[in-house]
Design a protein around this ligand. Structure first.
Ligand code: GLA
Length: 382
């Protein structure tokens, strides 16, 4: 784990910290590289044009209040005491982030914050990571000092582990903190090296489609997948599934249980697809990128078993429509959203056909929108 404590001393407070401002933190989709981040693998998320805004006002008494325009009640934290895990509501995310900066020894001023969002709740577009990174960005603005954005993402990931009990990888917080307009973010989750990869052109559009099935990672399936991967890697004699070379796989895969073999095969092949997808992007080879998306979805459905009927139906409908290069579930799965890469001028017809076909097959009137890659979390206005 990258050590972030030393950085606390490196950026001294400035005296121009604002008293009232708005922070925006985007949601994210993952183009490809699913369930690979906690296996030390490759991911390619991008920040989207929807997200969370936090309207922040400094207050003098060391107290933080956070309210949401969409949920009842307000959370109140007294920063003169150290914050501990224990909440079960949405305010555990800001609580975990405040605790992270407390542990770094930062003197966090009190503030009032109001959360508004246009991200579908439970849609798997990283509303929790957006709230974490928005809170971190607000703390840094109030303090007039900042961690390196990668360290900010890691602090937020720790908050999610400890305060929400989800053993997530680093992808979501990185996408939200490090996103760049017009670019996807290629991350090597082992070294944490990342690269902004130009994504998009006037010729293609990305459709985000909310299945309407609520996705929840805290119910144990996510943690179970992670444990299954660790068991499979250990049985193959590897530190993580990232280390599984074709030779190790050929020699060892028969020693795995059928379930471990499926899990490991997904991670191994998904890493290859992610690298191939980046290469396809650099050539502008949209058909190849689309085929990799279809293959990714099939692997998540059959080998990793994190899709659901509705997401499968959606991808099947999309695959048969003219103008669709590829479609796949995105994010942790068990519901949430799918993405489709389409010929730009076909996007309205594809969306109309998806709406009708999905409604006929599932009875669900699903929300969908197009997005381009957006910038990461930032202070918008003083
Ligand atoms: C969730 C987690 C991420 C990642 C994805 C699956 O979004 O928060 O870290 O593991 O699932 O790719």
């Amino acid at each position: 784990m990258r050590e972030i404590l030393h950085l606390a001393a490196m950026n001294p407070p400035s005296h121009t910290a604002p008293d009232a401002f708005v922070v925006h933190a985007p949601g994210r989709v993952n183009l490809i590289g699913e369930h690979t981040d906690y296996n030390d693998g490759f991911v390619l998320p991008m920040a989207i044009e929807r997200g969370i805004s936090l309207a922040v006002t400094r207050r003098p008494d060391g107290v933080v209040t956070v309210r949401s325009a969409h949920e009842a009640g307000a959370a109140r934290f007294d920063l003169r005491m150290s914050l501990e895990p224990g909440r079960s509501d949405w305010a555990r995310y800001p609580a975990g982030v405040l605790a992270g900066y407390q542990r770094l020894g930062w003197e966090i001023p009190g503030f009032d914050a109001l959360v508004t969002t246009d991200l579908p709740s439970g849609g798997g577009l990283s509303s929790s990571a957006a709230l974490e990174v928005a809170t971190a960005t607000a703390v840094e603005a109030l303090c007039g000092r900042a961690l390196d954005p990668l360290d900010k993402a890691i602090l937020c990931q720790h908050a999610e582990h400890e305060f929400a009990g989800v053993p997530c990888g680093i992808m979501d917080q990185c996408a939200v903190a490090l996103g760049r307009a017009g670019h996807a973010l290629f991350i090597d989750c082992r070294s944490r090296a990342f690269q902004h990869v130009a994504f998009g052109s006037d010729d293609v559009a990305l459709i985000v489609f909310n299945s309407g099935v609520r996705h929840s990672l805290a119910d144990g399936e996510y943690a179970r997948r992670r444990a299954e991967c660790e068991a499979a890697a250990a049985r193959l004699g590897c530190g993580s599934l990232r280390d599984v070379t074709p030779a190790i796989w050929a020699a060892g895969h028969r020693g795995l249980s059928a379930l471990e073999r499926r899990r490991a095969d997904h991670v191994r092949s998904e890493n290859e697809r992610t690298v191939a997808f980046v290469a396809a992007l650099s050539r502008g080879d949209w058909p190849a990128a689309g085929r990799l998306m279809h293959a990714s979805h099939a692997s998540l459905r059959d080998a990793y078993e994190v899709s659901c009927r509705e997401l499968d139906v959606l991808c099947e409908i999309a695959a048969g429509l003219p103008g669709v290069f590829g479609c796949r579930m995105t994010g942790g799965g068990f519901g949430g959203c799918a993405i489709a890469l389409v010929v730009a001028e076909s996007a309205p017809a594809v969306m109309a056909a998806l709406r009708t076909g999905y409604q006929a097959a599932t009875g669900i009137d699903a929300e969908m929108f197009t997005t381009r890659p957006a910038a990461g979390a930032r202070v918008l206005a003083a």
